[in-house]
Design a protein around this ligand. Structure first.
Ligand code: IVH
Length: 679
């Protein structure tokens, strides 16, 4: 007799309905960037499907939106041949090279130099190219570019990327379809990942591209699943679809469910193509991912075929690269910072220099391996790079300008903050201060605990934490909940009003979600996403504290490394005590509350001009916390434009489209109104 229950017909129908709905919402969200429902509503549908599938495992379908993560780690990657080679692109570094390319194309086609050819100008995305094979509408294989002929099969990993459709949209799908795209990591996610890795003593990634490649090429798909990868598709390999133009190809791909790069444009003539490139260059920091140029492609596919390729590059396309955002400066010193897990981070103090219009005066050197690899010494002339909001990087040393007597850098043997012994554990790249009571570590833990994504205690930032520690009012997490207004007012620069506000904010933070509480503890490998998974599965701190490695690993999305990290955290008596003490102090981590329908839930908001009361980053984060999405450009999908001082073209565009516009004051009122998401 079969052990699994036979599902009744209405359940079968509902499961199909749920899958259809989830696929539809995935498409709206990931491909069209035009969601119709709040994240909370989406989560509800998702959980309902998970529930049905766990009750009736027979209903599980490998293409179900719930089945993205699941496979077990493999020993190595298999290799597969692409249906057609994945070509590379010839590069151009200035406008004359592009004009020469345009002339070459015309000559080869027998056209007069004055004729204007139609081009599609796409952002050149800086990630790694991958091909995705669909048979009868289902994803069957994903392969990295490799050498262009064959690549590594990374299907299970690619399935964990939400922007990769597991199934094509529509009824009339081609029997075989190979699409190509660029897998990438957004800058903000890259930075977060590096900060986490740095704290954990793991090797940091040099740039978002390496982070994307490293994440996709993981033998354990569960690790890939925790990495925030995204993908934009730009080409079709072998297939039974025929297109007249590149532009049509992009729009057909979109209809089949593939996200294409926004900002691609179709233009007439090389001058217009150069203008489109300039546009991309000028706005390269407004997008959340890295572009390293524009790809200019001849639009007409018949003409493309006539031209063919030479030396593994098509003759009908060219990559017009952006100039590098680099500058040369001098390392004036190397300071060592101590983080919340005791990790020592060397930071280069630089002679201030402008890189891409922004002043840079320091750069993280990450760890001793990085310093040794680049051989950075005090006094060296170095090339620094900065892209968007990413922390500046030291790219390389200009060795022939090294001053005589410059010595290799050595990590301190004792902690620069507390003087305790510094050690480097087997297999780790980081040096750590071993004293769990090191003030720098306590300070880091407290600051993290109070931060926005964690307990969110307004007014308890780095400076206040350090005042509290120095005054002796606080020496560990739960002490925060023992503070009162009279003792706070004794602190330097703390008036009665601020003291009262802080006490209120602390009191308010007691009512929190379990997910935030888990984030606040600062367990290795446990960021917001994993915390959400844990909170749903275990429901309370006591249950989580008792969970064994096996029990943790039975949770989808939790791999061995994360499970071990959680157990080792709770094996430390001090950590268990800290948790119990927090609960005794009245902290009540509750279930997540889903999203209330507030003014931002499900809305797309664009900021323009300067805000006075907060940075744009904070404003965006506030919108996102309330279930909204912040976007950088105005379109008909925009629901609201927040116009600060000096707002320009985006404001005009919003007016033209009839999008609702508010000023900063109104925006603040909206933030304060109800509908705040609890997680
Ligand atoms: S088309 C036949 N389009 O650039 C043309 N490539 O040097 C093949 N890339 O390996 C590529 N953005 O990783 C194309 N919009 C785009 C692209 C793009 C990034 C990368 C891709 C490829 C490399 C070619």
């Amino acid at each position: 007799m079969s052990k699994t229950k036979e599902p009744p017909q209405h359940v079968v129908t509902r499961a199909e309905e749920l899958r259809r709905l989830l696929r539809h919402h995935d498409y709206l969200y990931y491909v069209l960037d035009e969601p119709e429902v709040s994240d909370a509503e989406y989560d509800r549908l998702f959980r309902e499907l998970e529930q049905v599938e766990s009750e009736y495992p027979r209903l599980i379908d490998s293409d179900s939106p719930t089945q993205r993560v699941g496979a077990t780690p493999s020993e190595r990657f298999d290799r597969a041949r692409h249906l057609r080679p994945m070509l590379s692109l010839a590069n151009a570094f200035d406008e004359t090279e592009v004009v020469a390319f345009d002339l070459r194309v015309k000559r080869a086609l027998g056209l007069a130099p004055v004729e204007e050819l139609r081009y599609v100008v796409e952002p050149k995305l800086d990630g790694l190219a991958c091909s995705f094979l669909y048979e009868r509408g289902t994803l069957v294989r994903a392969t990295t570019r490799g050498d262009g002929e064959t690549g590594e099969v990374v299907t299970e990993n690619a399935r964990t990327i939400k922007a990769v459709p597991l199934r094509l949209r529509g009824d009339d799908v081609p029997s075989v379809l190979e699409v190509r795209g660029e897998v990438l990591m957004h800058r903000k996610d890259f930075e977060k990942l590096n900060v986490r890795r740095q704290e954990m003593g793991e090797r940091v990634f040099a740039n978002p591209r390496n982070a994307a490649a490293g994440s996709l090429r993981q033998l354990d798909p569960k690790i890939t699943a925790t990495r925030p990868l995204d993908v934009f598709f730009y080409d079709v390999g072998d297939n039974d679809l025929v297109f007249a133009s590149q532009w049509e190809k992009l729009s057909e791909m979109k209809a089949l469910g593939f996200k294409t790069a926004p900002r691609s444009r179709r233009v007439n003539g090389v001058r217009a193509a150069l203008a489109a490139h300039r546009d991309l260059l000028e706005t390269r920091h407004e997008v959340s991912y890295e572009m390293d140029g524009a790809v200019i492609k001849l639009d007409d596919i018949d003409l493309q075929l006539r031209l063919g390729s030479v030396a593994r590059s098509p003759r009908w396309a060219i990559a017009f690269k952006f100039p590098p955002e680099e500058a040369t400066t001098v390392v004036e010193g190397i300071d060592v910072h101590v983080g919340r897990t005791g990790t020592l981070t060397p930071v280069a103090r630089l002679r201030t220099v402008s890189v891409g219009g922004v002043r840079v005066s320091s750069a993280s050197l990450h760890n001793i391996d990085e310093i040794e690899r680049k051989d950075v010494r005090v006094g060296d002339h170095v090339v620094v790079h900065r892209a968007g909001d990413v922390i500046p990087q030291v790219l390389r040393v200009i060795e022939d300008q090294r001053p005589a007597g410059a010595r290799p850098f050595r990590m301190p043997k004792s902690c620069p903050r507390c003087g305790s012994e510094v050690a480097r554990e087997e297999g780790e790249v980081a040096h750590r201060c071993r004293n769990v009571r090191c003030p720098a570590q306590i300070q880091g833990r407290l600051t993290h605990f109070a931060s926005r994504g964690a307990m969110d205690i307004d007014g308890l930032g780095e400076k206040t934490v350090s005042l509290l520690l120095d005054s002796g009012l606080v020496s560990d997490l739960s002490d925060i909940y023992r503070l009162d207004a009279p003792s706070l007012t004794r602190l330097e620069r703390m008036g009665e009003k601020s003291a009262k506000n802080l006490v209120e904010a602390i009191e308010k933070s007691k009512e929190t979600t379990f997910r935030r509480f888990i984030v606040a503890l600062g367990i290795r490998h446990v960021g917001e996403h994993v915390a959400g998974v844990l909170s749903r599965r275990f429901g309370s701190p006591k249950r989580l504290m008792e969970a064994s490695v096996d029990e943790l690993m039975s949770v989808r999305e939790i791999g061995p490394e994360v499970a071990k990290a959680i157990c080792s955290f709770f094996e430390v008596e001090q950590n268990r005590e800290a948790v119990l003490d927090l609960l005794n102090q009245g902290v009540r981590p509750g279930a997540e509350e889903g999203g209330g329908e507030g003014p931002f839930s499900g809305k797309t908001v664009v900021f323009t001009g300067n805000l006075e009361s907060m940075t744009r980053e904070v404003a965006k984060a506030e919108v996102e916390r309330r279930g909204g999405r912040a976007s950088s450009s105005v379109s008909r999908k925009t629901d609201l434009v927040v116009a600060g001082a000096g707002a320009g073209s985006k404001l005009d565009k919003a007016r033209g489209l009839g999008v609702e516009i508010v000023d900063e004051k109104k925006f603040r009122l909206l933030l304060e109104s109800k509908g705040m998401r609890k997680d």
